[in-house]
Design a protein around this ligand. Sequence first.
Ligand code: SPD
Length: 287
Amino acid sequence: MNPIPANSTGWIDEYHQGVRYGLEGEILINEKSKFQQITLIQSKRYGKGLLLNGCWMTAEGQEKHYHECLVHPALCSAKCIDRVLIIGGGDGGTARECLRHKEIAKLDMVEIDGKVIELSKKYLPSLGGKAWQDPRLNVNIQDGISWVANSPNASYDIVIVDGSDPAGPAKGLFNKAFFKDCRRILRPNGIFATQSESPEAFREVHIDIVKTIREVFDFADPLYGWVPMYPSGWWSWTFACIDGPHYKKPILKRAEHISKECEIWSRRWQKGAFEAIPLFIERELNK
Ligand code: SPD
């Protein structure tokens, strides 16, 4: 776990070997839940922010860079989006973006750490916004891995994994057994989406995630964008399907409606982001 010292210079950093990624601000809350160290900060530049085990998760002024890119490639492209599952996502940002889609009838969200939800509602209310009151949202405080393992076959149109980094409570959200269960619970035309780390700061981890998803799903592709506060700023999300790369073809009417209120995501942005695969990653994936 990364240390979070309330240091004298007012910089709050995520530390890795030889590098650190920081925002200037002050620590509001720094407490240990049953699962992890939860830190909430007030930053000078990007509003309030959240770290788990010393790693950046989100900040009010940057969350759209992450949540729009995780949610809309899947939700704008799948034929049917009646039943949706989010694993993780305790700050509420992923649920908020999902529930902008009126075609969703039921959204199950499974977050292992109730404390993350409680503190996000209090300190980051704009992330969840109206989603917390939406009757379509069904929040479950429990382990996402067992939720997926116990869900019936073909029970969801969309499965979104909004976990933290592959260590601590989120470690089991990146292995083959978990991805296999995600495939099993997807309906035939469904789309799976997960955050898949940085192609620069965590190159090996990123490659391993994409390769593992490709071993499980018939179609899978990483999409590249930016979350400036995350390690290196360069980030990725990976989408997968069983019967064709549906995530690459957003439905025009739905996409136009959704992108009207987006900051980052649009059909055009998405097209470029799938194409923007760095050559070193493409070589590794083709080996
Ligand atoms: N190091 C950042 C990994 C991304 C984790 N998910 C962010 C949660 C935002 N809902």
